[in-house]
Design a protein around this ligand. Structure first.
Ligand code: ZN
Ligand code: ZN
Length: 370
């Protein structure tokens, strides 16, 4: 095996490779301690090939029987580590047995059963793709200069700025881990009634942002403190627990197709009413926005101005009643209107501003009372 012995630890590299097998134990917890630490937090773990990010190999039986369903595999019942995240467990006896068998196994956390979502921000400097692939669903106007935008840190910062929210990469209230390749894992806990699917930032169908992967259901993440041949996954700061997923990120993840449909609708305690499926004045605004978006298919004669004015008026009432922030109202209205009439930005901004102001004089406090 390749042993990275050229790096001088005295140089203080933040991504010092793991010590070779023959050396004394590294400072900090051993890998089995890391696995136990995760399990005690309620995060099911499974082993990784020593020094790498891929799951430990299946047994020979499972390697040969390629087509069998992991959920029906007898190895899982028997306590073996076949099939990656399917084998993940919080059973401490099983964990000790696995790491006794191979103390240099890396540690992976299975995100779905751990009820966490991890934003995996890549730092692979590369030329960015077309504008519509940077933040799927959010149009980036040609006038915006994208010079220097080259990795996931930049796209996530752009998304946060667009939503006027704090950048998750700087969120020192939650567990953040510097990855071995200079990226970042940002961990958040999920409310019990929200399940999310995993995605890769380059996916055509489901993605949050270019170079930002989402690790959730059927996804795993390298545990903090695990070392690979490229370096150690080092937690930043002192926070070691995931904070609750911020509402705006929950909304972004659902907007970008990460919500798992079979899960119950998020409760109003965890998700603001803006994404409720049915009923209420915010739902009424959603229908108005859909009307506006529908104007995109015809050049004129659709009553676009009147529809936008009506939606802005309704949104103004919701803002005045505290049901919606003005920022969010402007964002939603602008997004829908510019999608339908991309060449009328100035006019759209004026209609929205006027409508919000007029609507604020008539707050919409309760459903059906308008
Ligand atoms: Zn097996
Ligand atoms: Zn199997």
């Amino acid at each position: 095996m390749t042993r990275a012995t050229h790096t001088d630890p005295q140089q203080g590299s933040a991504r010092m490779p793991c010590p070779p097998e023959s050396s004394v134990a590294p400072p900090g917890p051993s890998l089995v301690d890391t696995a136990i630490w995760c399990a005690q937090r309620g995060w099911p773990v499974h082993p990784l090939v020593p020094g790498r990010k891929i799951p430990a190999a299946n047994c020979s039986h499972c390697r040969e029987k390629q087509d069998h369903e992991p959920v029906h595999c007898p190895c899982l019942q028997a306590g073996r580590w076949c099939h990656g995240f399917h084998a993940a467990t919080t059973d401490l006896d099983r964990i000790r047995a696995w790491w006794d068998a191979q103390p240099r196994f890396g540690v992976a956390v299975s995100c779905g059963p751990a009820n966490v979502v991890v934003l995996d921000v890549d730092a692979h400097a590369s030329k960015h793709p077309q504008r519509d692939r940077l933040l799927p669903g959010i149009p980036i106007h040609p006038s915006i200069d994208l010079t220097g935008l080259e990795n996931g840190f930049h796209t996530l910062a752009l998304l946060a700025a667009y939503r006027r929210q704090p950048n998750p990469c700087h969120d020192d209230t939650t567990l953040r881990v510097e990855t071995a390749s200079g990226g970042m894992h940002i961990w958040y806990s999920l409310p019990a009634d929200l399940r999310l699917r995993s995605s890769r930032g380059a996916d055509a169908t489901t993605a949050l942002a270019w170079q930002v992967d989402v690790r959730a259901n059927k996804g795993y993440v390298v545990a903090p403190f695990t070392c690979t041949s490229k370096g150690t996954y080092r937690p930043l700061g002192t926070v070691r627990d995931p904070a609750p997923l911020p509402q705006w990120l929950a909304e972004e993840l659902i907007r970008t197709g990460h919500g798992i449909a079979s899960s119950p609708a998020p409760s109003s305690q965890t998700i603001r009413p803006l994404i409720r499926r049915t009923g209420g004045p915010v739902d009424g605004l959603r229908r108005l926005l859909e009307d506006i978006e529908a104007c995109a298919v015809a050049d004129e004669g659709t009553g676009f101005t009147g529809k936008l004015n009506k939606a802005a008026f309704t949104a103004g009432g919701l803002v005045a009643a505290g049901r919606l922030s003005r920022t969010e109202a402007v964002d939603r209205l602008t997004y829908a209107a510019e999608a339908a009439r991309p060449n009328q930005r100035v006019k759209i901004a004026r209609i929205i501003s006027d409508g919000l102001t007029a609507g604020a004089l008539r707050p919409l406090h309760l459903e059906g009372r308008s």
